[in-house]
Ligand binder design. Sequence first.
Ligand code: PXL
Length: 280
Amino acid sequence: MSTKRILTIQDVSCYGQCSLTVALPILSAMGIETAIIPSAILSTHTGGFTGYTFRDLTEDLPAISAHWKKEGIAFDAFYTGYIGSKKQLDYIKDIVSANAKKDSLFIVDPVMADNGKLYYGFDEEFAMEMARFVKGANVILPNLTEASFLLKEPYVGEDYDKEYIEKLVRRLSALSEGDVVLTGVSFSPNKLGVAAYSKKKDAVHYYFEKRVEGSFHGTGDVYASIFSGGLMRGLSLEEAADLAVDFTVQAIAETLSDRKEHWYGVKFEKAIPYLVKRLS
Ligand code: PXL
């Protein structure tokens, strides 16, 4: 069987356990050949550090893609995360058409916000560009905050019910014309999980785990990486969504005893043996 090949485009936060430093080891551990394009290079992520460096790599993207095209390099899937500029969104669309195979998957984690707020460096105009960018994606993985920015509607916090979520995922699916995995969904105080909407089935699948109080940086990237690898290994939307919840919970559990020192990310490395066991 030929190895599946994915291209993931997101930043390198040199320190801080997120984006490419999470996606690359996870996808590799899942047996997926993983190529990368760094969208930007930062000394750390922007969630809690101050004074970080930021080198935008937007103008490197077209040349990388053109070289690959000349070499005949194409991908079975594309997975995008934190994107460094609006212009990059156009370039990435070009890469997805220039370096695709016939049925390549396009998975978009619209990384830009959490807990009701945009991350530093993003604005509503970027969110609107992202809403256009997701069109044609097979799966998008917004959290509830990103969903509200994509749809240009107020963030409701945890003040929602099942009916709201089921409308929300269908409206998000209308933007992308594909499936949706909405993360950070909760209908009871001690449970947290995801809602996976299959467009083909027009059905919402839920999966919850026991909630751990507080928020953990980088878990969105851990989640989307496992999910993308799962799909590439032939799991269904629902199976991949569930596996990604289970792994993320394991990674959080590995971090809990050292949370004060290790505030900037989760110890996903320690959960990799669990992942390999689950997959074998
Ligand atoms: O985990 C998302 C993420 C990725 N990359 C950078 C970030 C963040 C979230 O804050 O700052 C640079």
